[in-house]
Write a protein that binds this ligand. Sequence first.
Ligand SMILES: Cc1ncc(COP(=O)(O)O)c(C=O)c1O
Length: 512
Amino acid sequence: MFAQAVASRGRRVAVAVPAPAARTLLGIRTMTTNNKTTTPIAKPIQDYTKYLTAVSLARQPSAIRALQPIMAMPGMISLAGGLPNPATFPIANVELTLKNGAKISMGDTMTRAALQYGPTPGHPDLVAFFEKLQARVHGTPYANKQLERKILVGNGSQDLLAKAINALVAPGDTLLVESPCYVGTLAILKPMVKAQGVKLAEVPTDAHGLIPDALDKILADWPATSPKPRVLYTVPTGGNPTGNMAPIERRRAIYALAQKHDLVMLEDDPYYYLQFALPPTDAATQQLTPPADQTTDVALGDRYASALVPSYTSLDTDARVIRFESLSKVISAGLRVGLCTGPAPLVDRIALDIQATSLQPTGLSQAVILALAQHSWHGVPAGFLAHAARVAAFYRSRRDALLKAMSAARLVEDGLVEMSVPQAGMFLWLKLKTVDDASALVKGYATDRKVLLLPGIEFLPNAQPGEPCAFVRATYSTATDEQMQEGMKRLRECIDLAMRDQQKQKQQAPKK
Ligand SMILES: Cc1ncc(COP(=O)(O)O)c(C=O)c1O
């Protein structure tokens, strides 16, 4: 390895790069034609330093946490760590009762692990289960087989995402974000825009997610005087707020652009397992909670896995994607269990942030998921996938109920609303075609008539307060059929009233 000083965003940082011979060993191919070196099709990232912020690069492993594996060695007398004595903990065992009546007793070993400090990346058995799941669903696509892919379990995917952004976005940087964009990500970014001069370059989307030509143009036209963005953020499946899903051709095109422009991608995918991928007639998905005596439906899990759209992670030959997933939408939101998967040099940086902030994911929450994995899913990914297939079928039926309610109120039929039908997730993104300002409608008419929607302006990365926006987000997750029918009837009344008042105002406005 050569130690080399590279200019990295105004800083000079010493990094190790492989010597030419070692590059071949690492699987990094270069092709030579006419004495010119051309770029290979797969372009594994060789140096992650240029993507990382100075703060992230300065993080050092915790000395105490580094001792953990040594402390765990059989026969070791440890006077080094700071573990509290578990004899003082009052909880002896944790028992779960599932909705189908099954009981899972965690037992001594798992209860002890759940209550004690544990490894930063997560309980090793849980990480191993997720590695099996990731290999089953996303494969192991890195062209550079020596590069390790790592998984971190986290306290929800939001926290992992925030830590990734902290590791990758420095003051003054520009981040590429899809527009509209998940409001939780904007909550992380907007203070950075205000206080640190971070800029958000909006990449437009349509019913199929990010638009490749638009992304290419933004980057091709990037002014030479300002540093090009290096990171792209997207929610590719059942987007929040749009409900849109990028089909495989789109994903391939966007990934090719990430290669062309040397981007790291943040694939924020909490709705991946809410894809309406199986036909509604699939009998195995009809029952949300199968009886306790029914064994894990591996066939259903396999069927669902085969029907899922491939993720960016599964296309990631270059190791340039960090994937964020959540168990919030399929197991429990309150347990706060999420995971991120990606190339070790980037994931390690997120792990160091965890070491310095929350130390580790919550032990009891991990133990609950691990208990489900071992007992309900029999340790096989297909067990989890079968559960996810049933949850997705549930959300499909909720989506259909909302579409039916909209139809009864003739919102689309009468030309008042435009939307695309979501193929995943729990959101509908509605354009109110005849209303000047959807935010005013939500805050005024809709609040008065007790129907709540989210104003679309909240999801526009660079919108100014008070800017008119025609969109609202509706959720079909928790409302009953009756509430949906009544809610859409009220929305129709609000639109009719807003149109009538707009008309009046226009008639009363002085003629120029
Ligand atoms: C797009 C997106 N990313 C991340 C999250 C956060 O999920 P978690 O509960 O895992 O933190 C959400 C939650 O709604 C979301 O919609």
